[in-house]
Design a protein around this ligand. Structure first.
Ligand code: TXA
Ligand code: MG
Length: 350
C-alpha cells in the first residue's frame, strides 16, 4: 500500500454521537494494515497511523510533508495505556489527567523505551492525549495500540475542522476520511510539558494556563520558545496581516486605510473581524463578503471555533490578503492570538 500514489481517498460518514461500528471497524482495519485515516476529535481532525509501525510513520510524514524532527503525539482511548509509554507518572500528571482527560490537553512526559524514536523526533519525551470524542476513542480502541495523530493538514497550514478541509489538503495522499461533521472546539489541544519545573505551556488551547494552575495549586510557565516546530505556522494561502493595538476603534481605522491601499494595488482583500466591528466596515462601504466575523470579543470560544474556517474560506475564494483584528489576549483568547501571530506574515503594531 502506498498512500502517495493512491487514486483516491475514500470518505465514510460517521455520526459523532452514535458511530456505526462497521465503519469504525473498517477504519481500524485500514490503520492496522499501515494505512492513514483522518478522523474527527473535539479539537480538530487528526491523521491516524499506527504509533508502533515505522513504515506507517514514514508514510504519515510524507503525506503531510512534515519534517521528521517534529514530534508526534500518541492518542489513547484509556488512561491505562499511559504507564507502559512513560518512565514514571509525576504527581502533577495524575492530577491533570483526573481533571482534564478526556479532553483538549496534551501532556509531555519522559518516554519509555517502547516509544519509537521516530514518534518523538528523537526526543526523550513523548506527548500523550486522550480525546473527548466517541469516534476518536472507539477508533483508537479498535486499532489496538496507541495511534499518532497530528492534525490532518499539509504541514504549515491551518488545522482542518471539517472533512472537506482534510480533503482540500490531503485528497489522494491518505486512505480514508471519517466525516463526522465540524469539530466542536476548532483549535488544537493545549500542550503542557511536564518534564520541566515549573511545567511549561508549549501551545495554548482550551485548557488555559490558569485552569492548569488552579488544578495543580502552583504556577506554570507560558514558554512558547520550547516548541520544536514553531516555524510550522498554521498559515493560510493568502498573506495574513495582524493589526495589534489596545483600541478596537483605532484598529478598524488602520485596517480600513490598509484595505484601501491594498485594493488600489489590485489585491482581493478580506477582513477577519470581531463581530462587534463588522457594522463599522459595512458602514465604511466594504462589500459584506469581504468582511467576516470569527466571533465576538466577549466570546473567545466562538472565535476559536471559527478562526480556521474563516481563514480557509478566504483562501478558497481566491483572496490575496487577509487583514486580521486582534482578540483579547487572555484565556482562550490567548490561544486565538497565538495562532494568529504564527499565521501572520506580518504583525502591524500601532
Ligand atoms: O488537538 C490536537 O492536539 C490535535 C488533534 C488531532 O488531537 N493534534 C495535533 O497534533 O495538533 P500536532 O502533531 O499537529 O501537534 C502536536 C504538537 C506539535 O506542535 C509538537 O511539537 C508538540 O505537540 N509535541 C509533541 N510531542 C512533543 C514533545 N515530546 N516535546 C515537545 N513538544 C511536543
Ligand atoms: Mg498540527
Amino acid at each position: 500500500m502506498n498512500g502517495l500514489s493512491q487514486a483516491r481517498t475514500r470518505v465514510l460518514k460517521v455520526d459523532p454521537g452514535c458511530p456505526d461500528p462497521a465503519v469504525l471497524h473498517e477504519a481500524a482495519r485500514v490503520i492496522r494494515r499501515g494505512g492513514l485515516v483522518a478522523f474527527p476529535t473535539e479539537t480538530v481532525y487528526g491523521l491516524a497511523a499506527m504509533g508502533t509501525s515505522i513504515p506507517a510513520l514514514k508514510r504519515l510524514f510524507k503525506a503531510k510533508g512534515r519534517p521528521q524532527a517534529s514530534p508526534l503525539t500518541l492518542h489513547l482511548w484509556s488512561t491505562q495505556q499511559v504507564p507502559p509509554l512513560v518512565r514514571f507518572i509525576p504527581d502533577a500528571a495524575r492530577r491533570l489527567v483526573a481533571r482534564f482527560w478526556p479532553g483538549p490537553l496534551t501532556l509531555v512526559l519522559w518516554k519509555s523505551r517502547r516509544v519509537p524514536a521516530m514518534v518523538t523526533g528523537g526526543r526523550d519525551s513523548v506527548g500523550l492525549r486522550l480525546p473527548d470524542h466517541r469516534v476518536a476513542r472507539e477508533l483508537i480502541r479498535l486499532a489496538g495500540a496507541p495511534l499518532v495523530a497530528p492534525s490532518a493538514n499539509l504541514s504549515g497550514r491551518p488545522s482542518p475542522t471539517s472533512a472537506a478541509d482534510v480533503l482540500s489538503d490531503l485528497e489522494g495522499r491518505i486512505d480514508l476520511v471519517l466525516d463526522g461533521g465540524e469539530t466542536s472546539l476548532g483549535l488544537e489541544s493545549t500542550v503542557l510539558d511536564l518534564t520541566v519545573d515549573p511545567p511549561a505551556v508549549l501551545r495554548p488551547g482550551s485548557v488555559s494556563a490558569s485552569d492548569i494552575e488552579a488544578c495543580l495549586g502552583s504556577g506554570v510557565r507560558v514558554g512558547l520558545g520550547d516548541m520544536p516546530d514553531l516555524r510550522l505556522r498554521y498559515a493560510p494561502g493568502p498573506r495574513l496581516l495582524l493589526f495589534e493595538g489596545p483600541d478596537p476603534a483605532a484598529v478598524v481605522g488602520r485596517i480600513l486605510r490598509a484595505y484601501r491601499r491594498l485594493e488600489a494595488g489590485g489585491g482581493r482583500v478580506g477582513v477577519l473581524a470581531a463581530e462587534e466591528s463588522v457594522p463599522l466596515y459595512t458602514a465604511a462601504g466594504l462589500p459584506p463578503g469581504h468582511v467576516r466575523a470569527a466571533g465576538s470579543r466577549a466570546d473567545p470560544a466562538a472565535a476559536a471555533r471559527r478562526l480556521y474556517r474563516v481563514m480557509r474560506g478566504f483562501e478558497a475564494e481566491g483572496f490575496s490578503c487577509i487583514l486580521a483584528e486582534p482578540f483579547p489576549d487572555e484565556g482562550l483568547g490567548a490561544a486565538v492570538m497565538h495562532r494568529l501571530r504564527l499565521a501572520a506574515a506580518e504583525t502591524v503594531k500601532e
